[in-house]
Design a protein around this ligand. Structure first.
Ligand code: SF4
Length: 688
């Protein structure tokens, strides 16, 4: 079979750029799928990049990537209103179309877009027009006659010949002005031309890409016009059910949204299949031509056995020798066990022993192979087995399991494309059999490590999502930081600790609290499996500064603080970073205070007494006056004493206006400490 890979296929410039941006974005949303390919979308999802259909799903400060298809103008505006961080990965060619239609709309043109109305690129273009229509080669163009001026553009992936059909019709219509812009992307034209050429040359064509990809579907349509055997292949597993053996020349092409890994996997799969056939054939021919060769199995009869090993008659001109180390797998050897005449099965390990000139044989290797063959019986139902890869072959790795040749296609070594197969030679692989061929001549197993790794990953994910619940404490390693938080790896999964959840105090950067590479305990704040998001909190596991503050300053103690804000009913005093208490206006001074600004202002440092602390409500009640002597009271004392001695009358409990300039003297201690002080004061003033 001859394979021909299209010269132009796979990721175009715009798609490659958008995917690269998404891969490096960390936790982010994409506005729709970044490209129409499930393989790429799934890979990005694992990296924390999730597609969303509406900006409502994102929260303030989240990152949203606009894909290469572009988006309507309204999306930019909405993102701004919602406080989202936009990364614009719109392809420059699409952006150019936005510019053309926006300008044409300003100039009063009706915009006509040749394309598919539901395609996101077309939706995006329409979002930059005041008035627009979407047409294809079958559309009735008469409604367009309602407009004097029309501006025609095309979807970048629109088929060239269809666009020319439309243009021929439009130029015949009696518009006052028609502006036509061929905005079909050059990469689309190249891929379509190449697909046409390829499909004319080949007996069968594989078109690799998603079934939701517009440009891949167009390539498929072009190929089917020229070749009867065209197959739309989404991944290498689609090939397993196809019988491509009868075709002598097979072409491979792919849409602009198909990653090169997928194309290479398909190509490698086709090559390896062919390779194994050839190898087996050559082996069979070699075996028939060579009587004694290394690795060949021979049976023989024991002639004698001594300390050196076992002498064997193998029926030809040469005798064979089994050295004592090659007798049993466990290294044991007793010559008495091998009396003359016993038949043994062996493998030739050297065609000539330098000492004796005999063939050198191994019995233990046959035993090992039989052991391997027993394992084959246990792996038929998909059980995992281990094998060391011996060598690289075209399209994959080869190894041995008993009498079976095990082939691991390159696409089945791990998730993702493997460029350098040599790195796996000599390494132990954990495999599951995809196919076991027991033909007498061909003992072959096609195996996959990728399936084992995928199953393990899935299991890890299930366990992770089952265990990670809100309010659970997890340990995670800080992988990287951004200006909005830290990405923390918990059991291999990326979680986000937002900067506001790192410290009870205001911090400028994540590194003020966390160090990259260090592990910490975090509290799980929220979990969203669908979006693959876990939010963590660090500060929630740290003592709140309030608790520390009230431990250091119990009720009744005096501490020093700074006035941080003034409100109509008092002043807030900061006692420690993040901990503030309230001095009610009635606690600002011993005398009546109408406006607390008379006593303190923002920035003043004051001594305050802790009157009360409510841990649950995180409230502290403070008093300034409790830290200062009550001059009024002190002044009244001798007088009271005198009264006691001379008059025996009780102290005044009602305000008595003595001197309008002496406000302090209007209130005695009882009234000042009364919660209805203001009311009583007013009543007192009325009475006077
Ligand atoms: S096909 Fe062309 S216009 Fe579309 S993303 Fe690729 S490079 Fe950009």
């Amino acid at each position: 079979m001859k394979l021909i890979l299209a010269k132009e296929c796979g990721f175009c410039f715009g798609v490659r750029n958008a995917v690269k941006i998404a891969e490096n974005a960390g936790h982010a949303y994409t506005y729709g799928q970044i490209i129409h390919n499930e393989y790429v979308t799934e890979n990005l999802r694992r990296k924390g990049v999730i597609p969303i259909e509406t900006l409502e799903t994102a929260s303030f400060g989240d990152t949203v990537i606009l894909r290469s298809h572009g988006a309507p103008r309204s999306v930019y505006e909405e993102a701004k209103v919602r406080g989202l961080r936009l990364i614009d990965a719109t392809c420059p060619f699409v952006k150019k179309i936005h510019g053309i239609v926006a300008k044409a709309s300003e100039q009063g043109y009706h915009v006509v877009i040749a394309g598919k109305a539901s395609h996101p690129e077309v939706v995006g273009i329409q979002g930059w027009c005041k008035e627009s229509s979407v047409i294809d080669e079958h559309s009735d163009l008469r409604p367009l006659l309602a407009f004097d001026k029309v501006c025609v553009v095309s979807q970048t992936t629109f088929a060239v010949e269809k666009f020319s059909v439309i243009i021929k019709k439009i130029v015949k219509l009696p518009f006052k002005t028609v502006e036509i812009f061929n905005t079909i992307c050059y990469t689309t034209i190249e891929r379509q031309t190449e697909a046409e050429r390829l499909s004319k040359e080949c007996d069968a064509v594989l078109i690799v890409g998603s079934k939701t990809s517009s440009n891949t579907n167009k390539l498929f349509a072009i190929c089917t016009e020229n070749c009867a055997n065209c197959y739309h292949v989404q991944s290498v597993s689609d090939l397993e059910n196809l019988n491509l053996r009868p075709f002598a020349v097979v072409g491979i092409t792919a849409g602009a949204s198909t990653p090169s890994e997928l194309i290479m996997e398909v190509k490698e799969y086709m090559q390896q299949f062919d390779e194994v056939q050839d190898k087996d054939f050559i082996d069979a021919v070699e075996e028939s031509l060579t009587k004694y060769r290394e690795g060949k199995r021979v049976k023989g009869t024991v002639i004698s056995a001594n300390e050196k090993g076992i002498q064997l008659n193998i029926g030809g001109k040469k005798d064979g020798l089994i050295p004592k180390d090659e007798v049993n797998v466990d290294g044991s050897y007793d010559p008495a066990d091998f009396s003359a005449g016993i038949e043994l099965e062996t493998i030739i390990i050297a065609t000539q022993d330098p000492e004796s000139g005999c063939l050198l044989l191994s019995k233990k290797r046959v035993d090992q192979i039989k052991e391997g063959d027993k394992i084959v019986e246990t792996i038929r139902d998909g059980a995992v087995f281990e094998m060391v890869a011996d060598k690289v072959t075209k399209g994959g790795l080869l190894g041995k399991l008993g009498t079976y040749t095990v082939f691991i296609p390159a696409s089945q070594i791990r998730e993702g494309f493997v460029k350098d197969l040599k790195q796996y030679v000599g390494k132990k692989l954990r495999l599951t059999a995809l196919e076991i061929e027991d033909d007498e001549k061909r003992h072959k197993i096609v195996a996959s490590q990728r399936k084992v790794l995928e199953a393990e990953r899935k299991e890890r994910e299930d366990i992770f999502w089952a265990n990670v619940q809100p309010n659970v404490i997890v340990n995670g390693k800080v992988k990287r930081v951004t200006n909005f938080g830290a990405f923390v790896s918990v059991d291999g999964f990326d979680c986000l600790a937002h900067i506001v959840d790192l410290s009870w105090n205001h911090i400028k950067k994540v590194e003020d609290v966390l160090t990259i590479g260090e592990s910490y305990d975090f509290l799980v704040l929220s979990v969203d499996r669908e979006k693959g998001r876990v939010s963590l909190g660090y500060k929630q596991l740290q003592p709140h500064p309030f608790v520390k503050c009230i431990e250091e300053h119990p009720v009744g103690s005096i501490c020093h603080g700074k006035v941080v804000s003034i409100v109509p009913f008092g002043a807030f005093v900061e006692l420690a970073p993040g901990v503030e208490g309230l001095v009610h206006v009635s606690e600002a001074a011993h005398s009546f205070v109408k406006n607390i600004n008379e006593i303190v202002k923002v920035g003043d440092e004051v001594d305050v007494m802790i009157l009360a602390a409510d841990e649950a409500a995180r409230k502290i009640t403070l008093s300034i006056k409790a830290c200062t002597p009550d001059e009024n009271k002190d002044a009244e004392k001798p007088q009271a004493d005198t009264e006691a001695k001379t008059d025996k009358k009780p102290r005044r409990s009602k305000p008595v206006k003595q001197d309008s300039n002496d406000a302090d003297s209007q209130w005695n201690e009882d009234i000042v400490n009364n919660p209805f002080a203001d009311l009583l004061k007013d009543l007192g003033e009325d009475n006077n």
